[in-house]
Write a protein that binds this ligand. Sequence first.
Ligand code: PGA
Length: 262
Amino acid sequence: MRVRISNSYFDMSSAAAKLIASQLRNKPDSVLGLATGSTPLGTYRELARMHKEEGLDFSLVRTFNLDEYYGIGPDHPQSYHYFMNENLIKHVNIDPRNVHLPDGLAKNIEESCRRYEDSIKERGGIDVQLLGIGRDGHIAFNEPGSSLGSRTRLKTLIQETVSDNARFFKTLDEVPRFAITMGVGTILEARHIILLASGGEKADAVKLAIEGPVTTEITASALQLHPKVTAFLDVAAADKLKRKDYYKYVEEMRQKFGQADV
Ligand code: PGA
């Protein structure tokens, strides 16, 4: 895993956006796996800026989001459909037909999850998957205990996640208890995975995910099994990493030998 530590949230977001932009320039019809939450907002802002000011083209891009709350529709202001539209889609030239999220209102959940997986495969798989990390070490809504081979499915959210999400809803009762989420196995099939983490409240989860044992208790630790993961962290999120000085040294050496963007 490559670990890139930035001095600020802004620098971390710019570095991640730069990697995605370079992917789109090399392969304009890339399939992007996208994430919601507060962490990727800076990356989306930077991508929107690059589209506006530098002509970064999204016209052939296809996107698949990691997850969606179960039981709320795409027009609900807290749905991930709504979030993606507000924070990225409407600011760039993606064809809305190429934007995919799990169906939070699916009647036949199993069938809908199978179709989601099939459409990712039909589009050739995900080139770059963006991920945040929960305080409990989850990726997407793969809560502790999720199988590391799991596929897209309905997941019951743990209490900690429900409380973390409560800030977006008027009352605790409104916070969804279920989500449809890509599985850890689904995520691991992406060709390149970008993990984003910012802030001291993520430092324990980051440490366990990157340097701890691979375990269902921290589903992000499964990323250690993937051949190409880049973790973009700010200093606060990286604070508890045992090898943080080494990771910084690696980046300095890459810079020195012109390998920083490889
Ligand atoms: P956050 O969520 O970016 O809002 O911290 C991350 C996650 O729970 O996956």
